[in-house]
Design a protein. Sequence first.
Length: 299
Amino acid sequence: MDHVGFDREPPANLTTMVMAFGGWVDAGQAATGALRHLVRDLPAARLAWIDPEQFFVFTQERPEVRLKADGERDIQWPRSEFFAWHPGDGRDGLLLFCGVEPHQKWRAYTKAFLDVAERCGVRRIVSLGALLAGAPHTRPIRVTGRSSDPAWRSVIEAWGIYRRPSYEGPTGISTVVLDAAERRGMSHLGLMGQAPHYLQNAENPAAIHALLTHVARLLHLSPDLSHFAEAIQEFRTQCDREVARNRATREHVHQLEQQYDATAAEEQPPLPSGKLDSEKLMQELQDFLRGQPEGGKEG
């Protein structure tokens, strides 16, 4: 199989895949954070990987050097990894994927990706993502869904989160993969969280938790989410502390809260009009959040 390496012979009964790509639609690192949590919690063992050589520009997504326990250096390349999990009760298992959005040769990458899925017996795919939105950090994360599978669509309609696709414009690798998957006869469902636009570089435990809650409910999983309450509270406390230091920031967040409450979770509120340098406004907040201790992160 071109561009793919396997750790062992793949099973053929991993009928559902959950995938998350970092980059384009991974605001707050919510999608990849949720996927990594599932891999650890189930737990799922690595099954295969896509060789990055043909798909990444390494001056844009650089390899990283890590020191081993013996002091030797280890080079870690951009990862595109598949993990397998079996429930152990005779039911079909899950194929989990987490990777960085590739820079080039998307059609070849998509073929390699779906060849692995097909070999493992995947018939339906759940895609996780998160967008930057006009949403305040003081309110629950909204999650919307769309699906090409009638049964899954009826479920998310019953949950009140179904949204008919309406976006037109530049897109990411997940859309390309799902489009090709549908042509192979695989149905799909997308879950999309909405993270505060003024926290572009901060890992958001509330957004991770929101996606995890929805995918776990959809697939009848029971991941351990017990530590999220403390992480979310600490994250919001840190945000509150920094927002309080700047009057323009306070007013901006208050406006977002009013819009959020007025929409009653029906639609994503638009970003407020007027002059607002969001990057300048929240620079201190982002710098502060980058220094969060490891214990406050998921991923």
